[in-house]
Design a binder for this molecule. Structure first.
Ligand code: IMP
Ligand code: MG
Length: 176
């Protein structure tokens, strides 16, 4: 893969995930039933790491939603899930990035209909200054405006497997 500017290194992600895991463990300890709902496909790397940093008996579910074609946002569409009965459960929704908050609003509406007792939101990334930032209970990192890829985040389905968050050069993306 072509070189990209690293915005958040693997070691920084690892350290932050450990902090979030400790915080989530302390905050959610009393929950009778905690279901982590990971959003597909962007949050899979983050969710896989976060659940292993939470020292509580959790259940794991997924919800599939698509809001981007290439690097252009569109109206969020639900594609799949969640598969479990969430009535009465405490839900921790794990997201890759909360940008405008449109996707989060759709996810919240879906989860509200599911009968979950309480929904908390944990997002790896949040855009600085976004009004939607207040809807995120647990934020990994606050970033600026540029488009980022890696650690789950894609450009046209590519680069999800990078172990860090990087800023691709638009010239390198031409044709992908
Ligand atoms: P929102 O609906 O504007 O909050 O956008 C959230 C969704 O857009 C995320 O779940 C991502 O899938 C996608 N997204 C937003 N910004 C980026 C980015 O910089 N890189 C990759 N995906 C992004
Ligand atoms: Mg995406």
């Amino acid at each position: 893969m072509f070189p990209m500017r690293i915005l958040i290194a693997e070691s920084e992600i690892r350290a932050r995930v450990a902090e979030l895991g400790a915080q989530l463990t302390a905050d959610l300890r009393g929950s009778p039933r905690l279901v982590v709902v990971a959003t597909l496909r962007g949050s899979i790397c983050f969710a896989a790491d976060v659940i292993r940093a939470v020292d509580l008996p959790i259940e794991l579910d997924v919800i599939g939603i698509r809001s981007y074609k290439g690097d252009r946002p569109g109206p969020p569409e639900r594609l799949t899930g969640p598969g479990s009965d969430l009535r009465g459960a405490d839900v921790l929704l794990v997201e890759d990035i909360v940008d405008t908050g449109q996707t989060l609003a759709v996810l919240r509406a879906v989860l509200a209909r599911s009968g979950a007792a309480k929904v908390r939101v944990c997002s790896l990334l949040v855009r600085a200054g976004a009004s939607s930032a207040e809807d995120v209970d647990y934020a990994g990192f606050t970033i600026g405006d540029g488009f980022v890829v890696g650690y789950g985040l894609d450009y046209n389905q590519r680069f999800r497997n990078l172990p860090y968050i990087a800023v691709p050069d638009p010239e390198d993306l031409a044709g992908l």
